[in-house]
Design a protein around this ligand. Sequence first.
Ligand code: CA
Length: 504
Amino acid sequence: MPRVTCSVGLTVALLAACHLPSHRTDRTAAAVVHRPNVVVFFVDDLGWQDLSEPFHTERTPNNDRYETPNVERLCREGTKLRHAYAHPVCTPSRVSLMTGMAAARHRVTHWTLRQDRWTDPERHGLLRPHWRRCGLSNDPATPDAVCSETLAQRLARIGYRTILVGKAHFGAIGTPGADPTNLGFDVNVAGHAAGAPASYLAKNGFRRRRDDTVWAVPGLEFYHGSDRFLTDVLTDEALAAADAAVSAGKPFFLYLAHYAVHTPLDPDERFVGDYRARGLSEPEARYAALVRGVDDSLGRVLDWLDQRQLADDTIVVFTSDNGGLSAHGRGGAKHTHNAPLKSGKGSAYEGGVRVPFAIRWPEHIAADRVCDLPVQLEDLMPTLCDLVGAAPNVPDGHSFARKLLGKPQLPHPLFFHSPHYWGAEGPGIEPFSAVRDGDLKLIWFYDGGRAELYDVVRDVGERHDLAGERPAEVTRLRRILREHLAATDAQFPSRKDGRSITRP
Ligand code: CA
């Protein structure tokens, strides 16, 4: 397909390219802007180590436990980012991905569910800030919600069919953001306020009880009573919706956000027997089967793109919304499942926030390449906008399109702001803000007002706190973090006894 590249990623297909698929060419115009399809394949709670593809500099035992041949294929055919980050829990990551805003700015700093109840416990004499527990909204009048243009809205505005299949978890029950069609999605299959499925099993109707209105996965009645598994059903639905967009002659933005691999660890009978046979404990066998199911889904998407001859014309992103669960619900010792990373979901440490990330766009983004530029989820919206030729401007995220396209790009600091305790407890699971700048990461814990400093390149497991040895770096990074928190008008915990907390 002949193209003229006009600017970063903006691809113009000339009318002369008459062998373009006819549904994508405006034959009445001298030239039309040709935009690639976009697939964001978003896994829930998938850890950095939960893959047979290594995202570390060396293979680890987890890379041999899990089987993800399709992620391996995506990395062979695209670029693998080994220093990609999310936020420690679901909703902050999803709102940052969808708006390009830093967590400190959007203030949806913890997971959402109900308008009138906090999901973050208060502990150790610290009081929560009044964060935006209603999540993301399209209506500025929604109380306790943030309103900002979404990636889906921006892509819809330039002609994309925008499709959400799977977990939404953007806004609280009864608020506009609970319905993805209010946030720029033309199609919503199975997305609502809740951030976990009651059940992955169609034979249970994807619910625990008949009257379950909170956690039951909505809208998949066609499959109820069958022996299908949710991950596979969502893949059917995603491909059907993408097929409809192709038939309508529209580029599509498919946000396939699996409920997997979040709890409950229901058995995916297609795969779980393999892992039981290898001697994994029942929860670990089920977890590995959930991972395998997600990889199978990715394979079905890649095969479908091949069958429709759309692979060259589609950007595929694979990533996760936070670190792997390790503080409860798993087999084996707690806080070890993301080794060599420390801790897991909910934590300030790498196990809580570091996620796998791969992106493929044949002929544009290099195949079989490793990229070590540190990036985070709020960078994805400006990057994708850059690549498809939409305005990349967002409140906080930085486009890394230049880097993906093989051009030089300087790193930027990454910021985290999670002023909350979580339900489960463990290393680093407490109110914090953090900055990663270059190889260094400074974590500021609000309980007691203390800094930890790590070189996360040479010490990926954060075993050696450098704060005492490198006070000048602590001072410098505290200043950078302080300036970010001021610029974004961040909220902070306070103390029950009225004493002031120490900020970075
Ligand atoms: Ca999650």
